[in-house]
Design a protein around this ligand. Structure first.
Ligand code: NAP
Ligand code: F7E
Length: 378
């Protein structure tokens, strides 16, 4: 049974405490960006609902600290956050959740987000990335119609779509901005292009307050360990402490515009606070080759990357994106957004974090526990 809508404007004589907190639904809450966005929204007093997909092992490692970190006000954080089992491939679970939660803001961050893996799993990638976005947009559209929120501009649900610089693919102009044409080079990017256009279409066709953030690569100590920056910084920590001899990488010449994930989730939130929906590039404007990121990361611990980085064709992609550099002038102008972290600071932050992980691993190894890990070809 769907609860009665609570989004309607409150009468002026209702006491302030009776006005409900803004409510956000986050798909991908257990991922890198979801965890930073969750922290941001907790700080802003939101009531947050997140989608958790069923796994045979624990997949809440990035958000578990919100239950135990006293700096995040344990009781409040626990009360503000609710996790629900659902999946982007399951339209019914999404529609039911949107009706139950009655969100003011929906952040669609969930995805099979690994570009290399998308060549191995193109259909599932399209199911989660492209069809997943469409299913969620449909859930929002139906909910708005059923509750009448579609006819009250102040009550419209605000929707964020996690678009990607990968959509630019084989670029013919640099830097890339909101009007640069898309030329996707992977099943992941193809699927993101569809999700992007679907979001724009729902905005234009149904008036949904839907915005796309075209985010360039953003990293952090919470980055998945098979993305290249984290793979490098994990290796730096382990090599420095003698836990592994070298790291194998694919294309060292690819160039990316790398920023800090904590900065980028702020841009997502800012987009949904605008009176009109729109699309924005979020980027630092600087680009570095993978080789240069290696140089930075290894130099942070006094090592020369050339002594420890080896190439392995397994990590190359069938079709590559050679160069990305974003122009975030519109986000700066319209949202007042600026990145606060340089790529040098980012590399240092990640290496410091991963040195600490390596220290713990070494302690375990020295105490006789096995620490070797198997990796796939990502
Ligand atoms: P991430 O760390 O890989 O997190 C992906 C999240 O999606 C995880 O919570 C994952 O759950 C969830 N997920 C995957 N498949 C799902 C499904 N079928 N149903 C429900 N949830 C599912 O990705 P991220 O770096 O935080 O990126 C967030 C979003 O931004 C993604 O859509 C990504 O494609 C996009 N993006 C990322 C970047 C970047 O540089 N990070 C740049 C542009 C766009 P589990 O934890 O259970 O795996
Ligand atoms: O690769 C090269 C690789 O996997 C970056 C996702 O968050 O950002 C991410 O996609 C570059 C590529 O990120 C290895 O060929 C070399 O040129 O860290 P990545 P990505 O493919 O740019 C975008 C914006 C997203 O939207 C995605 O969701 O590094 N590279 N050697 C390698 N990459 C990996 N993973 N592993 C290597 O060994």
């Amino acid at each position: 049974m769907t609860p009665a809508p609570t989004h309607a404007p409150q009468p002026t004589d209702v006491p302030a405490q009776a006005v409900r907190a803004r409510c956000a639904l986050i798909t991908g809450i257990t991922g890198q960006d979801g965890s930073y966005l969750l922290e941001l929204l907790i700080g802003k007093g939101y009531s947050i609902h997140g989608i958790l997909r069923r796994s045979s092992s624990f997949n809440t490692g990035r958000i578990d600290h919100l239950y135990v970190d006293p700096h995040l006000r344990l009781a409040q954080a626990a009360g503000q956050m609710t996790l629900h089992y659902a999946d982007l491939t399951d339209a019914g679970s999404l529609a039911k959740l949107v009706r139950q939660i009655e969100p003011d803001e929906v952040y669609n961050l969930a995805a099979q987000s690994h570009v290399r893996v998308s060549f191995d799993m193109p259909v599932y990638t399209a199911e989660s990335v492209a069809m997943g976005a469409l299913k969620l947009l449909e859930a929002v559209r139906d909910y708005e119609v059923i509750t009448g929120r579609d006819s009250d501009p102040a009550a419209r649900v605000r929707y964020y779509q996690a678009s990607s610089s990968e959509q630019y693919g084989k670029v013919r102009e640099t830097p890339q901005c909101e009007t640069t044409p898309f030329y996707p080079r992977s099943p992941y990017a193809v699927a993101k292009v569809m999700a992007h256009h679907a979001t724009v279409n729902y905005r234009e066709a149904y008036g949904i307050h839907a915005s796309c953030g075209i985010l360039f690569n953003h990293e952090s100590p919470r980055r998945g360990e098979t993305f290249v920056t984290r793979k490098i910084t994990r290796a730096v920590g382990r090599i420095k402490l003698g836990l592994q001899p070298r790291v194998y990488l694919g294309n060292l010449e690819a160039k990316r515009d790398w920023g800090f994930a904590g900065d980028y989730v702020r841009a997502m939130w800012l987009m949904l606070q605008q009176s009109a929906p729109d699309d924005y590039v979020v980027a630092t404007g600087r680009t570095l080759a993978v080789r240069e990121f290696c140089e930075l990361a290894f130099a942070h611990v006094g090592l020369d990357y050339r002594d420890f980085v080896a190439e392995d064709a397994r990590y190359r992609r069938p079709s590559e994106v050679d160069l990305l550099r974003g122009d975030a002038a519109k986000a700066r102008r319209m949202l007042g957004w600026e990145p606060t972290t340089t790529v040098e600071q980012l590399a240092a932050m990640m290496v410091e974090h991963d040195l600490e992980l390596a220290r713990r691993e070494k302690t375990l190894r020295d105490a006789g526990h096995a620490t070797e890990r198997q990796r796939g070809p990502e």
